[in-house]
Write a protein of this length. Structure first.
Lengths: 308, 83
């Protein structure tokens, strides 16, 4: 049997070796890209997980379950902010910050709900650092961005004074009208929310301490030091400034910033304790026309409801 | 008690809801203008208006039956007789 001549053997070996090495490199390259997903991919993964957790909370039956889920929202805020911090130039950074604000607001409102309706349970809001981190990142990387509006919009539902410097800076320095309008409305609503808690805590003093565990110790005291009149004044000024923006729409509900601001001002000025109730006219369930003032001389309980 | 149902916009729709749930207080059929005027209150929301037309209590969310009853009782005691 003829033996393989040395050159042929070497060629085959070389080819095999080359193929083998190529295969190894391909595997490594594939593994590398799996280890380093793009910021957008990371964001989408967290977002996905976040949505799953959101759905879980509607299924949780006990207060303890809800608390556990609320803690997980808090972890998401950190993860979203890490992406925005490491990749400020990537367009996904703004979405990540917006999602962080959403997670913070969700954590806080779950905690607040538990505090108000389940007196025996300890509650914790979003980690103190997260809200401040949002402000730091926006001021550092995105203050003049034309895509800041959704982030400002999310802050309408918050109770955290930490967000105020961001909104004030956006109003002052962001050149885009929609950002300006939404920041103005958000500032007004943020102040309004703080006022609501202040009033709730004065009706129910045990709540003051609980709001402290959610929003930071002394939360209600600090509002008290600012003074209710001052808060009301700042809030009204912010709403009045927002009334100018009839060309900017609210993000989820598509009503204009101006309309929402006007509605809130109307409620503040006409639908609060001590004010004369506005007239209501309409038909009842039998088609008979009647008015609220038909009941002058009687004590009336007005009940706004919808069936479940 | 006077109610405003936030979803039934006509007297017919309102009557149907009330019959379904066996409700018996008087309600305004709201085509949306009442809710809008009152700044789209979250449901349930309650206002107590005294005999002279002034808002004396306001609750967004249910404050509990006892709270409402106590507030109404107190105001009833203040109603001027003969009205």
């Amino acid at each position: 049997m003829p033996s393989l001549r040395a050159p042929e053997y070497t060629d085959i070996m070389k080819t095999l070796l080359a193929l083998f090495l190529f295969f190894l490199f391909s595997l490594k390259a594939a593994a590398s890209s799996e280890e380093q997903p793009t910021p957008a991919e990371q964001y989408r993964q967290h977002r996905n997980d976040y949505n799953i957790v959101s759905r879980e909370i509607t299924r949780s039956k006990t207060v303890e379950d809800r608390k556990a889920v609320a803690r997980r929202f808090d972890e998401f805020a950190k993860k979203f902010l890490d992406i925005a911090d490491k990749h400020p130039q990537d367009p996904i950074a703004l979405s990540a910050i917006r999602s962080a604000v959403q997670a913070i607001v969700s954590t806080d409102s779950r905690a607040q709900n538990i505090a108000e309706f389940h007196p025996g349970t300890m509650v914790a809001g979003s980690s103190d650092g997260s809200a401040q981190r949002v402000v730091k990142l926006v001021l550092r990387d995105h203050l003049k961005s034309d895509k800041l509006a959704p982030i400002c919009d999310r802050m309408r539902f918050s109770f955290r004074p930490e967000f105020e410097p961001l909104l004030v800076a956006a109003i002052k320095e962001n050149p885009h009208r929609d950002v300006h309008g939404l920041a103005q409305l958000a500032l007004a609503q943020l102040l309004h929310n703080q006022l609501r808690l202040m009033d709730l805590a004065s009706d129910r003093p045990e709540l003051a301490k609980r709001y402290g565990t959610i929003y930071g110790r002394g939360y209600i005291d600090r509002l008290g030091r600012i003074g209710r009149d001052q808060l009301v004044k700042r809030m009204e000024t912010a709403y009045e400034a927002a009334v100018k923006f009839d060309d900017v729409t609210n993000i989820p509900f598509k009503t204009s910033v101006a309309e929402k601001a006007k509605s809130e001002l109307y409620e503040l000025r006409h639908l609060s304790k001590g004010k004369l109730a506005p007239e209501i006219q309409g038909q009842d369930q039998d088609g008979r026309q009647f008015k609220l003032t038909d009941y002058r001389g009687k004590v009336v309980l007005m009940y706004f409801w919808q069936e479940h | 008690m006077l109610g405003v149902n936030m979803l039934a916009h006509t007297p017919e729709a309102l009557k149907e809801v009330m019959d379904t749930h066996d409700l018996n207080w008087r309600n305004f059929a709201d085509d949306g203008s009442i809710a809008k005027r009152w700044n789209s209150p979250a449901t349930p929301s309650f206002y107590i208006i005294d005999d002279q037309g002034f808002i004396r209590h306001k609750w967004i969310g249910h404050p509990g039956e006892k709270t409402i009853e106590a507030a109404v009782e107190k105001l009833l005691r203040q109603v001027k007789p003969g009205k």
